[in-house]
Ligand binder design. Structure first.
Ligand code: ADP
Ligand code: ZN
Length: 517
């Protein structure tokens, strides 16, 4: 069977599973009966789509929502997957097309409205088409007491028995009683493998810091946690080597790990990390897959992670034993520029690039957040929560200021110079610094020249970084990172929106280590 993690990247373009997905996908792939309770937006669909594509035969997906079915079929076809739907919204032609594809055994996923199960012939059709898995979306619709009850859902159990194939049921809302009904009606009373886990890891302290002197920031963070096991994730192989050496020179037991090392050396590093107390591994994201060390006390990122999914997976390696664990993620303007250009210069089709920019925006939004980070993080995974009391912003609220005026000045400097420059030159203009470059282009005569004298250079850097983080301006990789204004900036420029930015994000790395229990 194909490797699900590879297919995840190849077909869907996602570099990581979201919390909970990997376990569910694995169980479904192995053909277990499964019941997964996941919040809306948590990424349920992938948990049956991916196994459907990796397994032999046809997967039938029962879903009560025609609009959602159409969306999913369209999205799957867009990435080259043979998918179809049978529901009352279909035209005759669409139906004929689906039947033909079924006959030829071409379909991998068939979305089916529950009413169809009442049709004489549907069950034998599925049997003939080689159905090997049933996925049930919105499984709580089988509950007679819920307000979403769909009588046709009661036929699903019968279908499962007739086809004698595994069934995977998904829902976002299921109290204990509803779960019991699902087990009785869909699984004939035999308890399926059940996944019901909030995504939260409340013992992990979350903190981000703007990159200032990254090496020093990491050294300080580690020094405050001397003797404790931890992982530092770096964006490049070279950095794992220089940083692990710096840590050793500062008296910490540290080794490096990256995909460019020989297999033997990598295995040796893994074993040492598992067995030795207080060892630090400085690694690329290649590190961590097989690691099951319960007492990793901290995880630091010296560079911005690839995605929120990656971030959560990486910090999630800390504190598996449930005792307090800490994290620090550094990010800077260079990280943002690098990620934007990696997306822009990649080979993905335009829609996927736009989606990748969107996902990056979500990560940057978390980095530059003003309120509780965990609330925002869990919200991204679809889980609602209250301020957590265990993140840097709950510890100490962000120091924010009304930056509308500064942002408008920044945007106007950008526009008046033809969107042709990056932060350095624009800041010189705003602060009225007559550099050679400024004079050479006559920029000392611009109306924006010197209008930003009231803010320091460092403040302006923070403003531009946050403008990038909010996706108000995007560095253009093809023009040496010159900023282009995005549509999101228009309301601010027109004075229709105010914007608050953080005054600083620098001091969060100075937090003293939590006392180990
Ligand atoms: P629901 O659980 O509500 O059915 P969806 O399956 O529609 O949620 O997924 C919600 C969003 O999350 C979708 O936009 C989907 O593309 C995205 N998503 C799902 N899995 C991943 C992943 N592993 N990495 C990144 N995005 C993902
Ligand atoms: Zn919090």
């Amino acid at each position: 069977m194909p490797d699900p993690a590879e297919e995840l990247a190849r077909i869907f373009g996602f570099s990581d599973f979201r919390p909970g997905q990997a376990e569910i996908v694995e169980a479904v792939m192995r053909g277990r009966n499964t019941l997964a309770i996941m919040p809306t937006g948590g990424g349920k669909s992938l948990c049956f789509q991916l196994p459907a594509l990796c397994r032999e035969g046809l997967t039938v997906v029962i879903s009560p929502l025609i609009a959602l079915m159409r969306d999913q079929v369209r999205a799957l076809r867009a990435v080259g997957v043979e998918a179809g739907a049978l529901n009352s919204g279909n035209t005759e032609e669409e139906n004929a097309e689906v039947f033909a594809a079924l006959d030829e055994g071409r379909l991998k996923l068939l979305y089916l409205a529950p009413e169809r199960l009442a049709n004489f012939g549907t069950q034998s059709l599925l049997h003939r088409a080689g159905c090997s898995l049933i996925a049930v979306d919105e499984a709580h619709c089988v509950s007679q007491w819920g307000h979403d009850f769909r009588p046709d859902y009661l036929r699903i159990g019968e279908l499962r028995e007739m086809l004698d194939v595994p069934l995977a049921a998904f829902t976002a809302t299921a109290d204990a009683e509803t779960r019991e009904e699902i087990v009785n009606r869909l699984f004939g009373g035999v308890q399926p493998e059940t996944f019901l886990r909030g995504f939260d890891r409340p013992n992990i302290h979350l903190a981000f810091g703007a990159k200032d002197q990254p090496r020093k920031q990491i050294l300080n963070f580690v020094a405050a946690r001397k003797g404790l096991s931890g992982i530092v994730y770096c964006g490049t192989r070279a950095r794992t080597e220089t940083l692990s050496q710096a840590l050793r020179e500062a008296g910490h037991p540290a080794i490096c790990y990256h995909g460019g090392m020989e297999a033997g050396a990598r295995r040796h590093a893994e074993t040492r990390f598992q067995q030795e107390d207080g060892l630090i591994v400085v690694a690329t994201v290649a590190f961590g897959m097989g690691i099951d060390k319960p007492d990793i006390r901290w995880v630091a990122h010296s560079d911005l992670p690839k995605s929120i999914e990656g971030y959560y997976q990486e910090i999630g390696r800390a504190g598996r034993d449930g005792a307090p664990a800490e994290t620090l993620t550094l990010y800077g303007a260079d990280d943002i520029r690098l990620r934007r250009s990696q997306i822009d210069e990649g080979l993905a089709p335009p829609e996927r690039k736009e989606a990748d920019h969107g996902r990056l925006n979500a990560l940057l939004g978390l980095a530059e957040a003003i309120g509780c980070r965990r609330q925002r993080l869990l919200g991204y995974f679809g889980e609602e929560s209250q301020p957590c009391g265990n993140c840097d912003l709950c510890d100490r609220p962000a120091d924010v200021f009304d930056a509308t005026d500064a942002v408008r000045k920044g945007l106007s400097a950008c526009l008046r110079t033809g969107e042709s420059y990056g932060a350095g030159h624009l800041i010189d203009i705003l602060r009225g610094v007559e550099t050679e470059k400024v004079r050479g282009r006559g920029h000392q005569n611009l109306p924006t020249f010197g209008v930003g004298k009231d803010l320091s250079k460092a403040m302006w850097e923070a403003v531009f970084r946050q403008m990038m983080g909010r996706d108000l301006i995007r560095p253009d990789a093809e023009r040496h990172g010159a900023f282009r204004m995005t549509l999101a900036a228009h309301p601010i420029l027109r004075g229709e929106e105010t914007i608050f930015l953080r005054r600083d994000t620098l001091k969060s790395s100075e937090r003293p280590a939590a006392k180990a229990l």
